[in-house]
Design a binder for this molecule. Sequence first.
Ligand code: NAD
Ligand code: UFG
Length: 337
Amino acid sequence: MAILVTGGTGYIGSHTVVELLKDDREVIIIDNLCNSKECVIDRIKDITGKNVKFYKGDLLNIDDIEKVFAENKIDSVIHFAGLKAVGESVAKPIWYYHNNITGTLNLCNIMSKYGCKKIVFSSSATVYGKPKSVPISEDFPLSTTNPYGETKLMIERILSDIYVSDKEWSICILRYFNPIGAHETGLIGEDPKGVPNNLLPYVARVAFGQYDHVNVFGNDYSTHDGTGVRDYIHVVDLAIAHLKAIDRTNIVTGVEHFNIGTGVGYSVLDIIHAYEKAVGHEIKYEICERRPGDIDECYANPEKARHILGWEAKFDIEKMCKDSANWQKRNPNGYGD
Ligand code: NAD
Ligand code: UFG
């Protein structure tokens, strides 16, 4: 029986597939490659020495999903596939709602048809909106500030309704904080299209000379140095959380939500300085205006995941920056053309 990984050639999906294969689980990937490259499959094989079955398919095309279920015995699904850029979601809301929501509905429809009722879903700390305090626990109020976040919250609610209608479903919702870093081999990592929106890939490009300096979006937040604080988590730690989540779906039915973070917050300047240590030279930065929509502080209370999933993050910020730098150095143009 196999685990189907949607979006498995993407950043978090590829690291999760590596950990699943290392743990001798049978894996099948479906991805339409709208934000990833097929060569990731070869890199996964290089790391693990194992084969993974890959379907180039779109969750918006129900026949693509059905083909995978018809040709394989799928026991459970880890659902990463989706569009994820906040700014782009504001500019193109119809595309975001259609891709993320319709894709998930199609997937659940076919899962139901084939009696596959175990799913782990990639949600985000963005569903907490502007939290009233930190650290953030799973029972905090939920709200969103952009279409991307809204799709995450809507999918969480859709999955809960599916469980209400059929108590055989087992649904594990993982709310990720800020995934960074790369596999320590430097063979897989984050490959954003164009100019990166997120802090770490931008810092990485400054560190290796592609850009001159980091723009620090505001230094007047109420944090220890005035710059925004986030809970950065190594992507391999995050990947391992999915194995624990799949195990959980094998033993309980219901809908459960887990924060996947370290519980430690670092500011933008902390990150720049940690990266300077990793590469051994200074990284230039300039303070500029706040980015609209950003919040002061966001970090997890990860206790529920530790207690129930038996998972906790192991890698520290030094390791996150070191592995990110190794990936960037070896792949200055990401996966290339
Ligand atoms: P990613 O873009 O690298 O991976 C997503 C993959 O899904 C891509 O390979 C893309 O080609 C594929 N995809 C998108 N739409 C598809 C469709 N309709 N059919 C088939 N494949 C499709 O993103 P990621 O960083 O690996 O994120 C994975 C998931 O985690 C996403 O759902 C994202 O919203 C969520 N998430 C990411 C972050 C983050 O900071 N990276 C934080 C919180 C949550
Ligand atoms: N920042 C800069 N300069 C940059 C980029 C970011 O100063 O060039 C700052 C931001 O202002 C923020 C911090 O760095 O204080 C982190 O910003 P990111 O864009 O890296 O991450 P966010 O916390 O804003 O958002 C990320 C994902 C969202 C997800 C959220 C919670 O992009 O999709 O984490 O998981 F919802």
